[in-house]
Each structure stands twice: as C-alpha cells, then as structure tokens.
Design a protein around this ligand. Structure first.
Ligand code: NAP
Ligand code: GLV
Ligand code: GLV
Length: 339
C-alpha cells in the first residue's frame, strides 16, 4: 500500500507525476482556498501533506491527522506552520528554498524599477487614452522618476534572496548595504556589500528591500519610527511578508511624504484591499507573485516531491526545516506508527 498525500491546491504537473509513483495522491481541485473544516476532514487519514503559505498548519490540524508524518510547504517561507508543535509530535516540515531565489530576486527588482520609474502610473496614462487626450507627445518634465544607477540599496535579510538581489545590484553600479542577524564576510567580499545596523541602513538607503522571514523578531520591524528614519526620496520594496511592515504606518508615510514610494508584493492580510493605499500613485502593488514564474513553480513542485519521496525512503528530506525532529522520530512512514 502506498502512503497517502493530500495536496491543498493544484501544483505543476511535474511534481504530481513524481508523487504518483510513490503515493496515493489527492488534490484539492478548487482554485480557491480549501475551507478550514474541509482541510481538517481531509487530513484524517493522510500520511503526508503538501500545503500552501496561505494555510495555517497548527496543532488543530496535527490533532486531526493522527497518521501525519510530514508537511511539505509549497513555499520557502514557513511562518504559516507551527514548526515547534510539529517537532514535538515528530512531524517533519520541509520548504522550497533555492529554486525560487532568482525569480523572487528578479521580482524585487521589477518592483523597485517599476516604482522608481512610475511604470504603472505611466501605463495607465497611455492605456486610458489620457496621453492622446492631452496631445503632448513628449515633455521634459513628464513622469519624472528616481535615478537608480549610482544610488544606494539597503537589503534587510541577506540570505538566499537578499544576496541574489545584491548580485543584480552590481549592474546598476549601486552601493550595497545589508542587515542580517549575522555578518556575511564572503558576500561582503564578493559583492562589496557593507553591514549596517537596521537604523543606519534605513537612514542611508535610497532603496530598501525587505527579504527577511516573518518571525517574532521581524513582525512590524518596519514601523512608524523606522519609516521616519528613511529619506523622503527613498523607496521601500517588500517581497518578504506583509507583517514585517506596519501597514498603517506605511500608508501614513506614503501620504505624508516621509518616503517617496513603495513596491509591495506582500500584505498583512491576503487577499488585500485598502482603499486609502490604492488611491496613492506612488505605490506599485502585486498579489504575492514573487516566485510566480513557470521555472520557479516547477522547481518548487519537484522539490516538494523530492522531499516526500526521500522521507518515504527513510532518508532525511533534502530541505528539512526542523532538523531536531530526527531525534524525535526517524524518517519513513512505517516506523513508530501512531502517536
Ligand atoms: P534565508 O536564506 O533564510 O534568508 C533570510 C535572511 O533574513 C537571513 O540573512 C537572516 O539572517 C535574515 N534575518 C532573519 N531574521 C532577521 C532579523 N530579525 N533581523 C535581520 N535579519 C534577519 O531566506 P530566503 O530564501 O532568502 O527567503 C526569505 C523570505 O522571503 C522567506 O522567508 C519568505 O517569507 C520570503 N519570500 C517571499 C516570496 C514572495 O513571493 N514574495 C518568495 C520567496 C520568499 P541570518 O543570515 O543572519 O540568519
Ligand atoms: C513565497 O512567499 C514563499 O515563501 O515561497
Ligand atoms: C529619448 O527618447 C531620447 O532620445 O533622448
């Protein structure tokens, strides 16, 4: 008998095909979020779960799933999962690092450039017919934006994605500042990046890119006080998690001109709606699509499958999040049946 895996959303076919060779696969086929009650029902007799970042995977889910041994998150961030509870129960948790790093770093730059050069505003100007109505083909003062070349970027969170953002910055002749919990001597050498305290980084940067995970420490890390440290000409780009920024403070900062603009891919509550923010022209908004390329999403699907298959074969999954779990339970579905 094959172990059973439940996938809470349709993922690219390559991952599903791989999984079908080793698992009984069930997929939640609705485009929308799986309702919580249905999720709690569906997990009753599954051995493995593939989850999305929009689902809260906590003690209640684990208690509803007595056979559950592994949760493979279809994301690199895993703030949606109560990892401590999982570890206590001997449940393995995996994520999808690396395969989405470049796509997400590209998107950070997409937002940065689009905000700096007012691309969305300009696109609306053309497509609404306003350009034609005005009848001015070209004007020296039309749609002026911010220079990017030769400026300073401050990257908060200097892991896989943060460093990939920095690598791209080199082509713009940009000075690179970074903040992380620990210094990165090799990256400093390779990229010429300078370590700064968060406050120093915010004071000195023309562009601030957030690339930290959401944790107790990073929750509302960018708050009113910190936004006030930024330059009035600076642009904030958030591709991390919405809760890293205090949204109300950000809206105030944008309205009152403490900063010049923001490019946001993530929000405190998703899907997001904020009438006041949407009225502002100096923001570019995206619906959490940082990793949304064909290549990255296929890479994520494959990695999810490789994690589950390794676990089934009694091996430690390649991108295990809770390393200590191996002391609680060995990998594999046979061992230690029943909690
Ligand atoms: P990573 O390699 O683990 O890097 C995270 C970095 O954040 C590390 O440099 C870490 O510092 C730093 N950090 C953690 N806590 C910090 C704190 N309190 N203060 C300052 N720095 C802190 O992770 P990654 O693969 O780059 O991904 C980062 C995050 O991006 C994910 O967790 C996810 O939430 C988000 N993400 C979003 C999208 C999207 O679609 N928008 C796509 C992918 C990822 P140390 O190196 O010193 O530990
Ligand atoms: C996306 O936000 C991820 O964490 O993979
Ligand atoms: C702009 O199109 C220029 O030629 O300078």
């Amino acid at each position: 008998m094959k172990p059973r895996v439940f996938i809470t959303r349709r993922i690219p076919e390559n991952g599903i095909e791989l999984l079908r060779k080793h698992f009984e696969v069930e997929i939640w086929e609705d485009e929308g979020e799986i309702p919580r009650e249905v999720l709690l029902q569906k997990v009753r007799d599954v051995d493995a779960l593939v989850t999305m970042l929009s689902e809260r995977i906590d003690r209640e889910v684990f208690d509803s799933a007595p056979k559950l041994r592994i949760v493979a998150n279809y994301a690199v961030g895993y703030d949606n999962i109560d990892v401590d509870e999982a570890t206590k129960l001997g449940i393995y948790v995996t994520n999808t690092p690396d395969v989405l790093t470049d796509a997400t770093a590209d998107f950070a730059w997409t937002l940065l450039l689009a905000t700096a050069r007012r691309l969305v505003e300009a696109d609306n100007f053309v497509r609404s017919g306003e350009w034609k109505r005005r009848g001015i083909a070209w004007h020296p003062l039309m749609f002026l934006g911010r220079d990017v070349y030769g400026k300073t970027i401050g990257i908060v969170g200097f892991g896989r994605i943060g460093q990939a953002v920095a690598r791209r910055a080199k082509g713009f002749g940009i000075r690179i500042l970074y903040n992380a919990r620990s210094r990165k001597p090799e990256a400093e050498k390779e990229l010429g990046a300078e370590f700064k305290s968060l406050d120093e980084l915010l004071k000195e940067s023309d562009f601030v890119v957030l690339a930290v995970p959401l944790t107790k420490e990073t929750y509302h890390m960018v708050n009113e006080e910190r936004l006030k440290l930024m330059k009035p000409t600076a642009i904030l780009v958030n591709i991390a998690r919405g809760k890293v920024v205090d949204t109300e403070a950000l809206v105030k900062a944008l309205k009152e001109g403490w900063i010049a603009g923001a490019g946001l891919d993530v929000f405190e509550k998703e899907p997001y709606y904020h009438e006041e923010l949407f009225k502002l022209k100096n923001v570019v908004l995206a619906p959490h699509i940082g990793s949304a390329t064909f290549g990255a999403r296929e890479g994520m699907a494959e990695l999810v499958a490789r994690n589950l298959i390794a676990f089934k074969n009694g091996e430690v999954p390649p991108t295990l999040v809770n390393g200590e779990v191996v002391n609680v339970r060995k990998p594999g579905f046979e061992w230690g049946w029943g909690r």
